[in-house]
Design a protein around this ligand. Structure first.
Ligand code: XMP
Length: 517
């Protein structure tokens, strides 16, 4: 099945991925392409609609991204957002000027009625604005459809040419009816039918995988993270025992996590599951090493060595699969399917380095390469992967290695695993887990004096970290209620051997990072 396509033409705005995700949420398949994608290519892709994103520039800046005037002769329904809106006006002969007063944040806009974009939306509503330029004169044939106190052209359009523009950001949740406006553009203006449905995705991908793989074998590196787990489940559904998943357990995972991954994939899915237990090997290599970067490097390199050795042993006469997802491809700047053909690079994963030269496969399979994370999770749920795996918190590739400061030893790993399990259990029981994006224990490798009964103790300190965040680029420490903190502290000191003190990390990011390293 080939889906109708919406192209999100990227002019450098910070919300371009968000626009694409919102479009997908509307049941429309979309891809992000660079603003300078040749018109010929756009024509070839035959999109049902195009959205111009925002951008940090001014249209009069010589270095800012532009679009050829001929684009508008293609007759594709187009929505310009923020910079994209100004660019549309400027390219078609309108005028853009600096605002006397920039608009930033939540602003009320009032629409005039009669526009498909604003159908059934209250006359005045709040939107998110962020601009210092504005469209002061419209191109011929366009008319204003909405205004704000400081922006006379908050939205404008030329319905005959199916060209629409909004100065605000409908993709941001602060825009009260943003989702409806995007939906109206997609369905009422462009005529999308909503053929992007996850159940269909699973069926058509399974069919495609069967055709592509035939009777060959497939090897997948399974880390226990969301992406590789969902890729494994999808491949298992497609080719069953032709799939071999290699799971390298370096002994730095959370308590019982390795066993959980193994039992999930051996019990629920049809595949060959190979687990390589190598904690001893890793601890040997990490002996005496205290520098965080060096520890990361050793863990990464050893992971790579163990993994590829196992792959060589298993056989390389079939396909190699990995759980690359769409944002990996956008971030890595490798373009995307619609633009340049499927990327053939190994996912830049902290656990996975480039394929060694001596290993050659018949081809690379990336069944999730077109999906956003939310979509990957939806597929995972449908395929029956347990909730706790599908909704797993981010977990660093080097595992607890970045949460033990200084030298890593077997005893420290055990103490941290126990402490982390108690902390997580108490957070789950207290009912606040869903408000937190990440929570874990850290072993700072500091011994402090305590007292137990009549004895003085000199034992380990445990730090606990819990954060709220939208994107992990910035984060705030979570305001865990005092009574929950009291129970956590009590349990950690009583239940985890060699722990006699607990501190709570109340540093936001920046200046702190999420991990302690
Ligand atoms: P920082 O510590 O940089 O962490 O504020 C931001 C987010 O990234 C996660 N993190 C990693 N994830 N491999 C990963 O896949 C890594 O090596 C790694 N290091 C940090 C961290 O847990 C947090 O969610």
């Amino acid at each position: 099945m080939t889906n109708q396509l919406c192209i999100v033409l990227d002019f450098g705005g910070q919300y371009n991925q968000l626009i694409a995700r919102r479009v997908r949420e509307c049941g429309v398949y979309c891809e992000i392409l660079r603003y300078d994608t040749p018109l010929e290519r756009i024509k070839e892709l035959n999109p049902t609609g195009v959205i111009f994103t925002g951008g940090p520039n001014s249209v009069y800046d010589m270095t800012s991204p532009h679009i050829a005037k001929e684009y508008f002769d293609l007759g594709i329904p187009t929505l310009g957002i923020c910079y994209g809106c100004q660019l549309m006006a400027y390219t078609l002969g309108g005028t853009v000027e600096s605002c006397t007063k920039s608009e930033y944040g939540k602003i009320d806009v009032t629409h005039k009625g009669g526009s498909l974009l604003f159908e059934d939306i209250p006359e005045t509503s709040t939107v998110w604005m962020s601009h210092t330029d504005y469209v002061s004169r419209l191109p011929e044939g366009f008319s204003v459809t909405a205004t704000s106190a400081d922006c006379p052209c908050a939205a404008f359009e030329c319905p005959e040419r199916k060209l629409y523009a909004v100065q605000f950001h409908p993709e941001v949740t602060h825009s009260q009816y943003g989702k409806e406006i995007l939906h109206h553009f997609l369905y009422k203006v462009c005529g999308f039918t909503g053929d992007w449905v996850m159940d269909d995705f699973i069926e058509s991908t399974v069919q495609k995988l069967r055709t592509q793989i035939g009777d060959k074998k497939v090897i997948l590196g399974l880390s226990g993270g969301v992406d590789s787990s969902v890729a494994a489940a999808l491949l298992s559904k497609a080719v069953g025992k032709q799939l071999t998943c290699v799971f390298v357990d370096q002994g730095l995972m959370r308590k019982d996590e390795g066993d959980f991954v193994e039992s999930t994939f051996t019990k629920l899915f049809d595949m060959n599951f190979v687990r390589v237990n190598c904690q001893k090997h890793f601890l040997e290599k990490l002996k005496g090493v205290t520098d965080p970067e060096q520890k990361r490097k050793i863990i990464g390199t050893e992971f790579y060595n163990v993994f590829w050795d196992k792959v060589r042993e298993t056989g390389t006469d079939g396909f190699f699969a990995q759980g690359t997802i769409y944002p990996d491809r956008i971030e890595s700047g490798k373009g995307n399917k619609a633009g340049q053909g499927s990327t053939a690079v190994i996912k830049t994963h902290h656990n996975m380095v480039k394929m060694p030269d001596d290993i050659q496969f018949a081809g690379l399979i990336e069944p999730l390469a077109d999906l956003f994370k939310d979509e990957v999770r939806a597929v995972g749920e449908t395929l029956g992967i347990p909730h706790e795996l599908v909704w797993r918190q981010p977990f660093p590739g080097p595992g607890l290695g970045v949460r033990i400061i200084g030298e890593i030893t077997e005893e420290k790993v055990r103490i941290l695993q126990e402490a982390d399990a108690v902390f997580r259990d108490e957070i789950e029981k207290s009912g606040i887990a869903s408000e937190l994006k990440q929570f874990f224990a850290v072993l700072p490798n500091v011994r402090t004096v305590g007292v137990m009964g009549d004895h003085r103790t000199h034992e380990q300190l445990i730090a606990i970290r819990a954060i709220t965040t939208d994107d992990f680029m910035t984060a705030d420490w979570a305001r865990i209620p005092y009574d929950v903190l009291a129970r956590i502290s009590n349990r950690l000191c009583n239940e985890v051997e060699h722990v006699n003190r607990v501190v709570y990390d109340i540093t936001s990011k920046p200046p702190g990072t999420v991990e302690w390293e």
